[in-house]
Design a protein around this ligand. Structure first.
Ligand code: PAF
Length: 289
């Protein structure tokens, strides 16, 4: 695996690959890699000739400075895992490389409703920061396909919108969430949980599964309340528990039984904020975990 730190070196290398008719799969990450990330690398490897992974803990997407400071960094192990997964290139840029004119650059992305709900509401500025970094990375890598995990479902929709706004031909590939044995969605932030907290954080999956099992046409208030109680029982403090339209995340109070919907939860376990979601109704017979 090549480890490249300068954007001009990466762009030059990838230009040669494109000239040789190679396709490029790109997996942007903030490091602290886990099985979920590796499944994206694997999928990109199956579908593209060259796999590029970036590791960059992006300062502009953290609305909470403490969260930025505490974000896990495990570079040595990340390199080991990427090599094992046959990743071709690791892009490891500095802040200056990503933000040559400084991190306070003023470009604003028109994300509309997506920016004012759920993660957008609870983490003001977060998606603008995601757009800044992904815009810059996509300009450097110019991937054919960009691989991203469904755990960050709202981010998937934001990046889809970004690719349209910047007229990128890259196709977004949304990959399934990988889970621990108790259902907890794999996340770099899980590294900050104790064994006991990890166990209790499985309550998020329990709450989502409850919604999945009980959702039916009609008002959803009661089912949401019951799911919320499951979180409380596990000492999880919820920011939100909602059912929303899958296509645009419009939160619904009444389900018509037809529209494709998704349940989404954000909750704190101690001082670690976790998010997860489930597209409804999920048929567990076809569920791979
Ligand atoms: O999901 C992430 O790890 C980050 O938000 C991303 C897409 C790499 C941008 O920094």
């Amino acid at each position: 695996m090549f480890i490249i730190k300068q954007s001009k070196d990466l762009a030059g290398y990838l230009q040669k690959q494109r000239s040789a008719k190679k396709t490029i799969g790109f997996v942007p990450t903030m490091g602290a890699l886990h099985e979920g990330h590796l499944s994206l690398i694997k999928k990109a490897g199956e579908e593209c000739s060259i796999v590029v992974c970036s590791i960059f803990v992006n300062p502009t997407q953290f609305n909470d400075p403490k969260d930025f400071e505490l974000y896990p960094q495990t570079l040595e192990n990340d390199i080991y895992l990427l090599e094992k997964e046959a990743c071709d290139v690791l892009f490891l840029p500095s802040v200056e490389e990503i933000y040559p004119s400084g991190i306070t650059q003023t470009q604003v992305y028109e994300l509309g409703y997506l920016e004012s709900v759920l993660e957008g509401k609870y983490r003001p500025g977060h998606f603008q920061g995601v757009c800044k970094v992904v815009h810059r990375l996509v300009e450097i890598v110019r991937p054919n396909q960009l691989y991203i995990g469904q755990k960050d479902y709202q981010q998937c929709l934001v990046i889809k919108k970004l690719l349209t706004l910047i007229h990128s031909p890259a196709k977004i590939v949304i990959c399934p969430t990988l889970r621990e044995s108790n259902g907890l969605a794999m996340s770099s932030r899980n590294m900050r949980l104790s064994a006991d907290e990890k166990q209790k954080a499985g309550g998020i999956f329990e709450a989502l599964s409850y919604i999945n099992k009980h959702v039916k046409a009609g008002p959803v208030k009661e089912i949401i309340e019951k799911a919320g109680n499951l979180l409380i029982q596990q000492e999880l403090a919820a920011d939100y528990v909602v059912i929303a339209r899958e296509q645009d995340l419009q939160v619904i109070d009444v389900w018509d039984g037809q529209t494709k919907v998704i349940a989404l939860i954000a909750a704190f376990m101690g001082n670690v904020r976790l998010i997860d979601n489930m597209i409804l109704p999920l048929n567990f017979a076809n569920y791979g975990n």
